[in-house]
Write a protein that binds this ligand. Structure first.
Ligand SMILES: [Zn+2]
Length: 304
């Protein structure tokens, strides 16, 4: 299978073919900034002679047409560039529905953070059309907050886009030459370098990196997602960075393993009892509500 990514500028036209700028804040327009970033992605593919399909620069295809076109033309990867609204916290994250989509998102985020100083908010499971409408590796890439990051991305969007292109090629195992001349041959795929291998950032935020690291430590499948959790237990996680799935499912094998360690009932659902036992284990105040203090202690334990 060859390498042929579809790179979409998020928004542009609605399914009724009306103009859709996406989210707008002061002079920052989602579709305009996404277009700068896509320009940066494509310039890397052009300089490396890679095949691709895109709605750049016209941005005249709605999301149904983008996904259909990617499917019909045999694309291997689908990446749609978006920005989040003004209430979103600064930083990027990748939306996915499949494991391969999550791996693609992780490689893109890694390619950005290894080349520039930018906040990484991890991967998030979210079943939006652009990722559910295709079986290829797909991510809706939220490049940043329209408010906090809009101006930065207007100024640095091309380089940010370059990094995204490197990440897509890292994921695909494609050889490439960066625009500054450095050569990357046969980049290792995420299967070979799980994001859980190194130390995680000790920032008190329980995101997918923390979960991946923990899954790796407990030897349960590493996907950065705590699946099958009970909606009624959501309150015990003070700030949710998208790693918990509150879908009233069967529980998470990783949580069961954690529960066995901390002496809680190993039903796979993280609730009040697990919160208290985890806090006791971590020697932080055991009030049953997992917030930055508990998460920081958990991250330090994971890194130790
Ligand atoms: Zn959007």
């Amino acid at each position: 299978m060859g390498f042929k990514p579809f790179i979409a500028i998020g928004h542009g036209v609605t399914t009724e073919n009306k103009w859709d700028p996406g989210t707008v804040w002061e002079n920052n327009v989602e579709a305009d900034i996404a277009k700068i970033i896509v320009g940066g992605i494509l310039e890397v593919f052009v300089s490396n002679g890679k095949d691709y399909v895109t709605d750049y620069p016209e941005n005249d295809m709605n999301i149904i047409e983008c996904v259909e076109s990617a499917n019909k033309r045999g694309c291997t990867h689908y990446v749609s560039i978006h920005l989040d609204w003004e209430k979103a916290e600064s930083g990027m994250f990748a939306l996915y529905v499949s494991d391969a989509g999550a791996a693609l998102g992780a490689d893109i985020r890694n390619a950005v953070t290894s080349r520039m100083d930018y906040i990484d908010k991890g991967n998030r499971y979210q079943d939006d059309y652009e990722v559910t409408g295709t079986l290829m590796e797909a991510t809706i890439f939220e490049a940043g907050s329209i408010d906090d990051d809009g101006q930065f991305l207007k100024d640095n969007g091309r380089f940010f886009g370059n990094c995204i292109a490197y990440g897509i090629m890292d994921r695909a195992g494609e050889n490439y030459k960066e625009l500054d001349g450095s050569v990357v041959v046969a980049p290792s795929k995420p299967e070979n370098k799980p994001e859980s291998s190194g130390k995680i950032e000790e920032d008190g935020k329980w995101g997918s990196d923390t979960t991946s690291k923990a899954q790796n430590k407990f030897g349960t499948p590493v996907d950065g997602v705590i699946s099958g959790q009970l909606e009624s237990c959501r309150e015990y996680i003070c700030e949710d960075y998208g790693t918990f799935e509150w879908d009233n499912g069967d529980g998470s094998p990783f949580i069961s393993a954690l529960q066995r360690l901390i002496g809680a009932n190993d039903d796979g659902w993280f609730g009040f009892e697990s919160a208290v036992k985890l806090q006791t284990f971590l020697k932080v105040p055991a009030d049953g509500y997992i917030g930055p203090v508990s998460v920081l202690a958990f991250q330090k334990w994971l890194n130790s």
